[in-house]
Design a protein around this ligand. Structure first.
Ligand SMILES: Cc1cc2nc3c(=O)[nH]c(=O)nc-3n(C[C@H](O)[C@H](O)[C@H](O)COP(=O)(O)OP(=O)(O)OC[C@H]3O[C@@H](n4cnc5c(N)ncnc54)[C@H](O)[C@@H]3O)c2cc1C
Length: 290
């Protein structure tokens, strides 16, 4: 590992000032679960390491019936998984966290770090996207709010500028909906080969009709992908098996998988088709109980 200068920041302002000063040569250190590995392998060699783990103002989970859920960037996966309010109001999020790596990794890894790292196989990203979440990015000049739909740019690349921190994740109020996340992995602690998160709401006056739906696919493209065609087909329609089958077929077409050690492109498209069907059925069943 190359040598670097280490700064333990105590406030967001201090971290932002350091980022402004050192720019591209600096890296933020959250839980270190991905960054330290990359540094050990000399794949990333920052000259300056800005440790934000002890910035207490970034470690919180707050819920309000009108505003929804606000998650500080330093919230660990384990905190999200075990939060009572998250389990009650955003069950899909807590369930997703249980599928992520192992408890030691979940104790250290942060939600903000996971999103900023932008691994296309992230479990967190598709799940939060299915909820329509947005992130707050903070720099020395102020804050901006970016929808997760626009946050991921490419493999391991995001809309974060070199002088910005990801400070907060906002998840809208859940409404009368249901969601389900399905991760397909070789072993329980592995990254997803393919994953799907679906969140849907039902019409208030026609409880068998879909009002809105988000189908987000993970690990089958450079970023998490929404199946816009699957979603458009579903919105405003009465939910039935034929419709689910067709939405799943369109989602499999919308996916952009590549052949690798985990399977061929065709194999992954087939898994997408199956997982989209399962997640829509489960999400609809959950929505009908709200
Ligand atoms: C063995 C193992 C298995 C894993 N399995 C999974 C899995 O199955 N699914 C999954 O989704 N993840 C998995 N992960 C990733 C892990 O869960 C963490 O979410 C991830 O490592 C990033 O969180 P972190 O806080 O450790 O970030 P770090 O490693 O500290 O940082 C990661 C990157 O994000 C940047 N960064 C961190 N925080 C911020 C911030 N607030 N603002 C701006 N930039 C920031 C850093 O500069 C760095 O580039 C695994 C990790 C390990 C080690």
């Amino acid at each position: 590992m190359n040598t670097f200068e280490y700064f333990p920041a105590k406030t967001v302002k201090e971290a932002c000032d350091l980022l402004s000063q050192y720019g591209e040569e600096a890296k933020i250190l959250g839980g270190g679960q991905s960054l330290v590995t990359l540094m050990k392998q000399n794949l990333v060699s920052p000259s300056y390491l800005i440790d934000i783990k002890n910035i207490s103002e970034l470690n919180y989970i707050r819920y309000d019936d009108e505003d929804g859920l606000r998650i500080g960037a330093l919230t660990t996966h384990r905190s999200l998984e075990t939060s009572e309010i998250v389990r009650k109001k955003y069950a899909m999020l807590a369930e997703m966290e249980r599928t992520l790596a192992s408890v030691p990794v979940r104790n250290w890894g942060t939600v903000g770090g996971n999103l900023a790292h932008a691994d296309p196989a992230s479990d967190v990203a598709p799940t939060l996207m299915a909820f329509g979440a947005e992130v707050t990015l903070t720099g020395s000049d102020g804050e901006r709010v970016v929808s997760l739909d626009d946050f991921f740019i490419d493999y391991f690349e995001t809309a974060l500028r070199s002088d910005e921190l990801l400070t907060e994740i906002h998840v809208p109020k859940p409404g009368r909906g249901g969601g389900f996340y399905y991760k397909f992995a070789q072993r329980a602690t592995d990254l997803a080969v393919v994953s799907v998160a679906t969140y849907l709401t039902l019409k208030a006056d026609h409880r068998d009709m879909c009002k809105d739906i988000r189908i987000v696919m993970g690990s089958v493209g450079p970023t998490p992908l929404r199946s816009k065609r699957g979603e458009d087909l579903f919105k405003g329609q009465t939910i039935n098996d034929t419709l689910i089958e067709e939405a799943a077929r369109l989602s499999a077409e919308d996916a952009q998988p590549t052949t690798d050690i985990n399977g061929s492109e065709d194999y992954k498209r087939e898994i997408i088709r199956v997982l989209v069907k399962r997640t829509i059925k489960e999400a609809a069943a959950r929505a009908s109980m709200t």
